[in-house]
Design a protein around this ligand. Structure first.
Ligand SMILES: Cc1ncc(COP(=O)(O)O)c(C=O)c1O
Length: 412
């Protein structure tokens, strides 16, 4: 495919790596444009999961027997792979979680909550996913601390001057998305960290969306914490990552108690394991970590330069295409955005859009995208959202365009 080759991606090969992409839905070839919700999995990830359960299934860190040693090696190799992927200094800084949500809750409960006093503040932005809003509300509740929200403009860009104005001596943490799942806006995370640190405020970056579109380097960002979620990185569900600077994690109490996170246990007192195990209570998602390892290998095999160039081309094509459909309004038009086409259509509820295009085999997301405050900001109850990944094609976007014209016909 000329388009793919031009962008440095061999699209035919990439698409062949994802078995689900060759299936049909409602009698039509699947056009999967719901990647911001979860991405599809390449064969290498499926094979890694299968091989783990087939050949080496055993618990980790617990047995001297051969399989346990091999499972432990594979699990720890996955941690090293994540370290390299994020550019962290040490594997002590890489905690496996269930997902990004758990990573944010971990930081909220163990880093922020114990230190919250009346009048303290937690700073987020108006474009956060619910998972970067609700944990902060929960930990603030009953402490007299409050949530502050940096506004976004009509294009969906963060108002950096307002963000800076909201950094005060009472700000205990700034928790900011690197890329909005509802708008596609890319937030200048490095600049956010610089501004916050200048005010002595630690920063958590939610890289759930950004991490599968662009290279993340936690040392260059200098963030204190960063979360990502495996299933959006072409990996399995149920596995996520929390990066934390070692000194920060070291000073924090455990999040959950149980096996593996302890050094010693007696009825009088228990002591905690070293990093990162202090934060990994109970049997972890061993297969998930191994699958994530394969997913990160896959992404790096394609390369972020090629992925970003291809997705940029698709985004431009999709934007022009949506603008050519009568009555469509794009929500989220920041100059620096990636891979998300959120839109509304005059006189048609987003759920009806989703239902009609699904009949054409096109999978998009409709609703508030776990970002109700964003919907409120733009005065809409919901949007329809097409979201792109490395394997999507212009032809698929054209199929979306045809399906939307069909929506126009049905609803007038
Ligand atoms: C920006 C953002 N943050 C956090 C999350 C939460 O991810 P998970 O549900 O995997 O924890 C999502 C998922 O949609 C997201 O898009």
């Amino acid at each position: 495919m000329i388009e793919g080759v031009r962008a440095g991606i061999d699209l035919d090969r990439v698409r062949a790596d994802f078995p689900i992409l060759s299936r049909t839905v409602n009698g039509k070839p699947l056009v999967y444009l719901d990647n911001a919700a979860t991405a599809q999995k390449p064969r290498s990830v499926l094979a890694a999961l299968d091989a783990y359960y087939r050949d080496i299934n055993a618990n980790v860190h617990r047995g001297v027997h051969e399989l346990s040693a091999r499972a432990t090696d594979a699990y720890e190799a996955a941690r090293e792979r994540v370290r390299r992927f994020l550019g962290a200094r040490s594997t002590h800084e890489i905690v496996f979680t269930r997902n990004a949500t758990e990573g944010i809750n971990l930081v909220a409960y163990t880093f922020v909550k114990p230190n919250l006093r009346p009048g303290d503040e937690v700073l987020i932005t108006a474009m956060e996913h619910h998972s970067n809003i609700v944990p902060w509300q929960i930990v603030c509740e009953g402490t007299g601390a409050s949530l502050k929200v940096a506004p976004i403009d009509d294009r969906g860009e963060l108002q950096l001057d307002e963000f800076e104005r909201l950094l005060t001596p009472r700000t205990k943490i700034a928790a900011v998305t690197h890329m909005s799942n509802a708008l596609g806006t890319i937030v200048p995370a490095g600049e956010i960290v610089r501004l916050a640190h200048a005010h002595g405020v630690p920063v958590l970056i939610d890289a759930s969306q950004a991490a599968y579109h662009m290279r993340i380097d936690v040392q260059a960002l200098d963030c204190d914490f960063l979360v990502a979620t495996g299933h959006k990185l072409y990996g399995p569900t149920g596995i996520g990552v929390l990066y934390g600077k070692e000194a920060r994690l070291d000073a924090m109490p455990p999040f959950m108690g149980g096996g593996d996170m302890i050094a010693s246990v007696s009825f009088e007192r228990s002591t905690w394991n070293v990093l990162p195990y202090k934060f990994e209570a109970g049997t972890p998602h061993i297969a998930g970590a191994i699958g994530l390892h394969a997913a990160l290998d896959y992404i790096d095999g394609i390369g972020f330069d090629a992925i970003a160039a291809h997705e940029r081309e698709l985004l431009d094509h999709g934007t022009a295409l949506l603008e050519s459909v009568g009555g469509v309004r794009l929500i989220g038009t920041a100059p620096n955005k990636a891979s998300i086409l959120s839109f509304v259509m005059d006189g048609v509820h987003p759920h009806d859009i989703g239902t009609v295009v699904d009949r054409e085999g096109v999978a998009i997301r409709t609703g508030h995208h776990c970002a109700q405050p964003v919907m409120e900001r733009f005065g809409v109850p919901a949007t329809a959202r097409a979201s792109l990944a490395m394997y999507n094609t212009r032809e698929e976007l054209d199929a979306l365009g045809r399906a939307l014209r069909r929506v126009r016909e049905v609803f007038g």
